[in-house]
Write a new protein. Structure first.
Length: 298
């Protein structure tokens, strides 16, 4: 175990195609890991060459690539999602070149249909992907974002509700399938994330550093279907969650992964304040894990 990080690194997300350019510019802030993400497709990107350039960008820094992510709908394969399933396959096949063992993203869903109607197609697609991942020593982690969907209708993702998780994991009972979890996406549904994490931590493969602020006064006055916003995505350190509690639960369960900040959502720390907010979150999360490792006296 690396003494400095004691099994839990704090990093951030960067665009996969832009990683080799961005990482050298922000690594010196103290990020310890990077989650490389793609939207719907890896396109014509040469992943082997990209992995080489990312390794060169990291150099001799003590930094890891924690996960490769593809955010699209692999169950429909229509429109902009035509390459999403193939991108899942490519990332699973190339993850080892980045030193990563996690590929994450949305499950997809049958557009406009209830979650339970998507389970057969999910089983077909991710049953095959799970076998592919197992063969390559890769774990699949599902982002828990609803993307504006509900139980009854939506697009993109079914993995945003614990009842759906039970159905998914029963349908494809693989040790290589789990969650890419963050409190924010549960809080927007008014779910308490702390007891949920304690219950589901055994299935959490990757954690995104994103929080939320719930305006309970607005909820009580206007409800959740009125014109007033009642919840905001926040960068950690600015939201409602005590991340010391999250890290405690993760460590008690033996979690040895990363927390990668998902920026670009905070209503205040955005635009020219984006990296200001992210570096604040980085330092905040490091404090929540106890700071840097300090050896005991011999």
């Amino acid at each position: 175990m690396n003494g400095k990080h004691t099994g839990l690194r704090i990093g951030t997300m960067v665009g996969g195609g832009d990683a080799a350019r961005v990482i050298p510019q922000i690594a010196e802030h103290g990020f310890e890991s990077f989650n490389l993400s793609f939207w719907q497709t890896t396109g014509g990107l040469d992943l082997a060459e990209t992995a080489k350039r990312v390794r060169e960008a990291i150099g001799d820094r003590d930094i890891v690539i924690s996960a490769l992510s593809i955010f699209g709908n692999p169950l429909t394969g229509t429109g902009g999602n035509a390459d999403t399933l193939a991108s899942w396959e490519r990332l699973i096949d190339h993850a080892h070149l980045f030193g990563a063992d996690i590929v994450s993203g949305f499950t997809g869903r049958l557009t406009g249909r209830p979650i339970d109607e998507s389970i057969p197609k999910y089983t077909e697609v991710f049953g095959e992907l799970a076998r592919r991942a197992e063969d390559r020593g890769v774990r699949i982690a599902f982002e828990n974002c609803d993307m504006g969907g509900t139980w009854e209708t939506g697009d993109w993702n079914i993995a945003h509700n614990p009842t759906a998780w039970e159905m998914m994991f029963d349908a494809v009972p693989s040790d290589h399938i789990g969650l890419e979890w963050e409190p924010c996406h549960q809080m927007v549904s008014l779910i308490d994330p702390i007891p949920q994490l304690r219950e589901w931590v055994h299935k959490v493969f990757h954690v995104h550093g994103k929080d939320a602020t719930i305006a309970w006064d607005i909820v009580r006055k206007y409800g959740v279907h009125g014109p007033e916003p009642f919840v905001w995505h926040r960068t950690p350190g600015f939201g409602d969650t005590n991340w010391s509690d999250i890290i405690t639960i993760l460590r008690q369960a033996g979690y040895q992964g990363t927390i990668d900040i998902e920026g670009w959502h905070d209503p205040v720390y955005r635009g020219e304040l984006e990296m200001t907010g992210q570096v604040h979150a980085l330092n905040y999360l490091k404090r929540c894990r106890g700071g840097d490792f300090v050896p005991n006296p011999k």
